[in-house]
Design a protein around this ligand. Structure first.
Ligand code: ZN
Ligand code: ZN
Length: 79
């Protein structure tokens, strides 16, 4: 009699776990969006002067504080 609730619990846990994994996978493929200030600076051939953006750039990300998101796209920077 004690086994039944345990199985239900495990099933529910597996369901939540798989749902969480799907959510994490979706987060990974978040679109990379450059912050406005950085895009403007890049358009003028400069690097953004915001310290928050510099910190984010060092980590290979777009500055979230300034409206950016996802990984930094460095493919366009070369040329
Ligand atoms: Zn910036
Ligand atoms: Zn910033």
């Amino acid at each position: 009699m004690k086994k039944f609730p345990l199985v239900v619990l495990l099933f529910a846990f597996a369901l939540v776990a798989s749902g969480g994994m799907m959510l994490a996978a979706e987060k990974k493929t978040a679109p990379s969006k450059e912050a406005k200030c950085c895009a403007t600076a890049a358009a003028n051939g400069n690097d953004c002067v915001h310290s928050c953006c510099l910190e984010a750039a060092k980590a290979g990300k777009n500055c979230k504080k300034c409206g950016g998101s996802g990984p930094r796209d460095t493919s366009a920077a070369k040329s």
